[in-house]
Ligand binder design. Structure first.
Ligand code: GLY
Length: 390
């Protein structure tokens, strides 16, 4: 493939120099948006291996319908943001493929929600009503039709809902592609170290950068700042950062085999996400749990529940088991926006939607940093909403 086109000229006469703290998918996607798409110089700092953590542990679900439409007690506009995020993914994956010369496994193939008993059927009907109320396309399929689309589904299926909004991507391929694209960009610098963040008279400084984005996932509040030789943390600059909590998630992957599923399948908390080289089975959601060590009993239970949906999975060899840490806020929505400190922005707390919301988060942060007006929808995810609620 020919070399990527030069970055576009900056859109305003003042081009800020941006530092990003945290190279998970949110930090990487924002660096990509700024450096590759908008011509803004960026330095990305992370002492941990780039693109690992929650971004690596994820399953790449792009699931506004199943994971946000029928959720209760969440941010009132989370579903709209998730839909906007899902709509950006096809173009985002094409731009990324051009910039990195590699594919990230985006698939718009609709997911299926499945039911094998009355409570699961009631859950599907509740989701269908929530999607109807929002005018979002979906289709209840007779079991025979669902079996034609996905022959690996167990024969005792009683109801199925097709969700054209819910696709998937290979999250590990995405972070690898983002790193590659940034390594190729003359405007991006990747630093495998903690940022030497300092405070001078209360103002944050970082090696001559004008603007700083905190994108450290569940660790964002604890990012270190030195003031007069004293160690402080970023939470001292905005108490909203303290509202990010941990939600552990355990998962496994199995090898493909004859007749293994090709469609993303969901039933209750279980999902089956076929990738090119493995089938991911997830996931637990464990509030307050911050371990990256999976428990054999939890993994066995997930595998057994997935095999109830797709019996072929039972005998397929397990490739990997793992546990990740989702960062979540009290309203399960990310904080995206300016903080109480004048040159500090935050993009963190994406809970179950980090992969889905990476492109839209990157766009919102780039718009803010380049002084473009935000829509009321985007403004509603400002971290200040969480200070008011605290
Ligand atoms: N979005 C997938 C998960 O949170 O497990």
């Amino acid at each position: 493939m020919q070399s990527p086109p030069p970055p576009p000229p900056p859109i305003s006469s003042f081009t800020p120099k941006v530092a990003i703290l945290g190279a998970g998918i949110i930090g990487l996607a924002t660096a990509f948006e700024l450096a590759v798409k908008r011509g803004v110089p960026v330095t990305l700092y992370d002492p941990a291996p780039m693109g690992r953590g929650a971004s690596w542990a994820a399953a790449g679900m792009l699931a506004p319908a199943y994971e946000a439409a029928a959720e209760e007690g969440v941010h009132p506009h989370l579903f709209e943001l998730c839909m906007e995020g899902a709509e950006l993914w096809p173009d985002f994956s094409i731009d990324l493929a051009h910039a990195a010369d590699t594919d990230s496994g985006y698939s718009g193939r609709p997911s299926l929600a499945l039911a094998f008993d009355k409570p699961e059927t009631a859950a599907i009907h509740k989701l269908a009503r929530a999607l109807d109320a929002r005018g979002i396309a979906h289709e209840e399929l007779p079991p025979a039709t669902a079996h034609l689309l996905e022959p690996s589904i167990a024969p005792d299926l009683i109801a199925a809902l097709q969700m054209p909004t819910d696709g998937q991507v290979d999250n590990r391929a995405v972070v690898r592609a983002l790193i590659m694209a940034l390594q190729r960009s003359p405007l991006a610098t990747l630093r495998s170290e903690a940022a030497p963040l300092r405070s001078e008279g209360g103002r944050l400084t970082l090696e001559g950068h004008d603007l700083i984005l905190a994108a450290g996932g569940w660790n964002t509040a604890a990012i270190k700042v030195e003031e007069n030789g004293q160690p402080l943390s970023l939470v001292n600059w905005d108490p909203a950062l303290d509202q990010i909590d941990c939600y552990g998630g355990q998962m496994l992957s199995v090898a493909h085999g004859y007749g293994s599923p090709e469609t993303t399948l969901r039933c209750g908390p279980i999902y089956i996400a076929p990738k090119a080289d493995r089938v991911i089975i997830g996931a637990t959601v464990e509030p307050g749990v911050a371990t990256e060590t999976p428990e054999p009993e939890a993994i066995t239970a997930l595998h057994a529940r997935a095999a109830r949906l797709c019996p072929v999975l039972e005998d397929l060899p397990v490739i990997e088991t793992w546990a990740g840490i989702r960062p979540g806020t009290p309203d399960r929505a990310p904080m995206i926006g300016a903080t109480a400190a004048p040159n500090l922005f935050v993009a963190a707390g994406h809970y179950r939607n980090g992969i889905l919301l990476a492109p839209i988060t990157a766009r919102i942060i780039a718009d803010l940093m380049l002084c473009k007006p935000l829509s009321p929808l985007h403004e509603s995810f400002s971290p200040s909403r969480l200070c008011a609620a605290a």
